[in-house]
Design a protein around this ligand. Sequence first.
Ligand SMILES: *[C@@H]1O[C@H](CO)[C@@H](O)[C@H](O)[C@H]1NC(C)=O
Ligand SMILES: *[C@@H]1O[C@H](CO)[C@@H](O)[C@H](O)[C@H]1NC(C)=O
Ligand SMILES: *[C@@H]1O[C@H](CO)[C@@H](O)[C@H](O)[C@H]1NC(C)=O
Ligand SMILES: *[C@@H]1O[C@H](CO)[C@@H](O)[C@H](O)[C@H]1NC(C)=O
Length: 257
Amino acid sequence: MAAAVAAAVLLAMVAVPPGRVRGTPALGVSCVIVNLEHTDCSWRHVPSPQSNYTFQSRLGDRGSYSDCPRYLLQGGYTVGCRLPYTLLDRFKTLHLRLTHDSALAWEQTVQLLNQVKLNPPHNLSVEVNRQNQELWLYWNHSVKSNCRENQVMYRRNEESQWQFSTLLPADFYSLPQASLKSQYEFKVKTRVSNTCGMSEFWSDWGPPVWWYPAEQSNQTGPELGVDFQHKGYVQFLLCPVYTAPLTSDNRLKRVSC
Ligand SMILES: *[C@@H]1O[C@H](CO)[C@@H](O)[C@H](O)[C@H]1NC(C)=O
Ligand SMILES: *[C@@H]1O[C@H](CO)[C@@H](O)[C@H](O)[C@H]1NC(C)=O
Ligand SMILES: *[C@@H]1O[C@H](CO)[C@@H](O)[C@H](O)[C@H]1NC(C)=O
Ligand SMILES: *[C@@H]1O[C@H](CO)[C@@H](O)[C@H](O)[C@H]1NC(C)=O
């Protein structure tokens, strides 16, 4: 019996996050740097006894612990703490502890380096180069960084399988040999790249963009995929993005841009 309990405790200890850990294994704390803007550390609220955990942390090996500047709440209880993020913080070790009724309940160190989750890319746009039968995609990011990689997923017509691009250092993608009589749907995601301490996390997929063959879109006014072979070079379009599939219902309201 005692051996079974010991084994169960051991198993629970194995499942806790990496770093030096002391405390109730059921609690657990995980930290994610959100879009290189702030760090959210969250823990499981253990509903009994009915009082809050207090979070304190220290970045780096020296200095004293600071109180949480902003708690994240759920159902009236503290379940997380939002810490400010400044450049290079992710190369430091975060020391954190939780106290409960003035008793230390959890203590842990977290290596922040690989814990970055960026926001998905936005302003995803598509253009067509008819001469080369290529579709070109472009997007923007909400934070500047030279250390990211992107991936595009796309499918030709709605029923076909999603395809995935290779990892792309630049903020564009060209799909060669596109079938310009088909409809394409694209999405893009991003993460911190290998050269800067690759993150465990990808962003979510950003909102999709569609490309429609000319026969479908020239009835509606502005064309989604615009030929740029006569412009000399790629230009951004005023109205390139459809945020929903073209149907007879939403067709008309989308020509107003
Ligand atoms: C927990 O903390 C929050 C925020 O400070 C507070 O509103 C709430 O009343 C606290 N709950 C308990 C049980 O102390
Ligand atoms: C890019 O997207 C943002 C919102 O995500 C919007 O405010 C901005 O106008 C867009 N810029 C361009 C050039 O489309
Ligand atoms: C958005 O992306 C386009 C195309 O790559 C680029 O020309 C533009 O400067 C970017 N906008 C911002 C705000 O980064
Ligand atoms: C749309 O374009 C195609 C080819 O460019 C043409 O055959 C078709 O008649 C056009 N449809 C309309 C409604 O203009």
